[in-house]
Design a protein around this ligand. Structure first.
Ligand code: SAM
Length: 242
């Protein structure tokens, strides 16, 4: 299953190359824009995932598409023995490493270049695998989910946070107005990047959510799949077991 929505419609490069270039370009402003565009709510979404993760008491965690390491850093609060974050964008990882080192977390959190669709880790390595706002950017969604499943220990948990689409009036209307008009404009002004914040609503609009995403997790061999919509359905957290 190839995810067709790409940042640059006029480019011959693969989705993966386009996505890593785009995140390299916006990496210096990524955190600022996250706070600004979500009005700080993104922190609360990650916290909700951490609360679910804490119940599992994982000792080893892999955070895929870790970006600037916000989720990996939040995971340090539940005191695992190790956290590895992987990402295809060196720019995002560089910002993440700076934050991890400033917080004195460099012994706990390792950030490495890595592709979600071809992880270098052995089968059955981690107690938990997490992804926040990453799966939508994968070129091959099912392959990425299968890889998550492969590196999890039997009984281990996958936790995925991703944008979804509010369905109820008036949030649906307000959200779509904001996402399609305000967000691309502010995103372009602050990041200086013309495509990244139009790619965001376009990629969300065509991405499966709720039961449709859960069905793909099932195809990727996850069990006990559950999901919980957050903030009127703007985001959803999916959990599954190996
Ligand atoms: C929207 S950012 C999310 C970053 C971070 N997880 C967060 O919550 O802020 C998406 C990240 O996914 C990464 N990414 C996209 N495709 C990837 C892949 N195939 N393998 C690893 N990382 C990928 C991008 O480079 C980018 O850093």
């Amino acid at each position: 299953m190839i995810n067709q929505v790409v940042p640059y419609t006029d480019s011959d490069k693969s989705k993966k190359e386009q996505v890593s270039e785009m995140f390299d370009d916006i990496s210096p402003r990524y955190d600022l824009l996250n706070r600004l565009l979500s009005m700080g709510i993104d922190k609360g979404w990650r916290k909700t995932l951490i609360k679910l993760l804490e119940k599992e008491q994982p000792e080893t965690i892999l955070d895929i598409a870790t970006g600037t390491a916000d989720l990996a850093i939040a995971e340090s609060k539940i005191k695992p023995k190790s956290i590895i974050g992987v990402d295809i964008s060196e720019g995002m990882l560089a910002m993440g490493r700076e934050k991890v080192s400033k917080l004195g977390l460099a012994k706990l959190i390792t950030l490495e270049t890595g592709d979600s669709e071809n992880l270098k880790f052995a089968n059955n390595t981690f107690d938990a695998v997490t992804v926040a706002f990453g799966v939508r950017n994968f070129e091959h969604l099912k392959k990425g989910l299968e890889e998550m499943n492969r590196v999890l220990k039997p009984g281990g948990s996958a936790m995925i946070l991703e944008f979804s689409q509010p369905q109820k009036f008036p949030f649906k209307q307000i959200y779509f107005f904001y996402f399609r008009t305000v967000l691309p404009l502010v995103g372009k002004l602050v990041s200086g990047h013309s495509k990244a914040y139009t790619y965001l609503p376009e990629s969300v609009a065509s991405f499966p959510y709720g039961k449709d995403f859960a069905a793909i997790m099932k195809e990727a061999n996850f069990k006990d799949i559950q999901w919980k919509a957050l903030t009127f359905g703007i985001c959803t957290i999916y959990t599954g077991k190996k």
